[in-house]
Design a protein around this ligand. Structure first.
Ligand SMILES: *[C@@H]1O[C@H](CO)[C@@H](O)[C@H](O)[C@H]1NC(C)=O
Ligand SMILES: *[C@@H]1O[C@H](CO)[C@@H](O)[C@H](O)[C@H]1NC(C)=O
Ligand SMILES: CC(=O)N[C@H]1CO[C@H](CO)[C@@H](O)[C@@H]1O
Length: 204
């Protein structure tokens, strides 16, 4: 029974990978990903809160990630950084257009713009730290704990942006900002989860 179940899920994984490969055909892969490389991403993504988002954002990097959990975490940090940067740019533009009045909406937008700028800096620092993890267990552990701290702070800042709109009456701007933050939060949360999983594998 157990064998049957795992055979079924294995073929499910394969067919999903094949389906995705065919729908994303034409993507600039370093080279066509092998099924074990995509399996690694699919399996690792199960430990995240948004496994589908995890897989769809990382699938195209499978040739670079191979079976390396640190590259996996780094790739999602990279996705989170470009997502957060784009979001910060959007909010800052809205904030400039909204003028400088003190309506709850304008205040929420200004605050969101400020905390998103911080989130971008924190994710950026995390990316740099991941690029120079070093080799000794101690060094890797120390740097990963920095990354965990910064990515958690980034996630908190993204939440703070949304919380700031709590008392703002429903409208176009509130809906648009809160909608867009959802996607950024998903990849940020996933990146943190992948860092946590990797940190768990490092020996003292
Ligand atoms: C908005 O509030 C800030 C800080 O409370 C104040 O300095 C500023 O003059 C206010 N702007 C307007 C347009 O009322
Ligand atoms: C990350 O930080 C560096 C400076 O250390 C800066 O040049 C770069 O533009 C930043 N990247 C993003 C996406 O904010
Ligand atoms: C600009 C950018 O990186 N956008 C991505 C944000 O995350 C979603 C998935 O949650 C991607 O589909 C976007 O391409």
């Amino acid at each position: 029974m157990e064998l049957q179940l795992s055979t079924i899920s294995f073929s499910l994984i394969i067919s999903t990978a094949v389906l995705l490969a065919s729908t994303t055909a034409g993507y600039p892969f370093p080279y066509p990903p092998t099924s074990t490389e995509t399996d690694f991403i699919r399996t690792s993504c199960q430990t995240t809160r948004y496994p589908e988002t995890c897989f769809t954002t990382l699938f195209k990097y499978s040739g670079t990630i191979k079976h390396d959990p640190s590259r996996l975490a780094m790739a999602e940090i990279h996705v989170a950084l470009s997502n957060a940067t784009r979001m910060a740019g959007y909010v800052s533009k809205v904030s400039r257009h909204k003028g400088s009045d003190n309506t709850t909406e304008s205040v929420a937008i200004r605050d969101c713009s400020s905390v998103f700028g911080d989130a971008v800096d924190e994710i950026n620092k995390s990316q740099k730290e991941m690029k120079q993890l070093g080799w000794t267990g101690e060094s890797v552990r120390f740097k990963l704990s920095n990354v965990q701290t910064w990515m958690s702070a980034a996630l908190t800042n993204e939440d703070t942006c949304v919380d700031g709109f709590e008392d703002v009456v429903d409208g176009h701007v509130k809906a648009e900002v809160c909608d867009r933050v959802v996607a950024v939060k998903e990849v940020t949360s996933n990146a943190l989860a992948l860092v946590n999983s990797y940190a768990d594998t490092i020996q003292d």
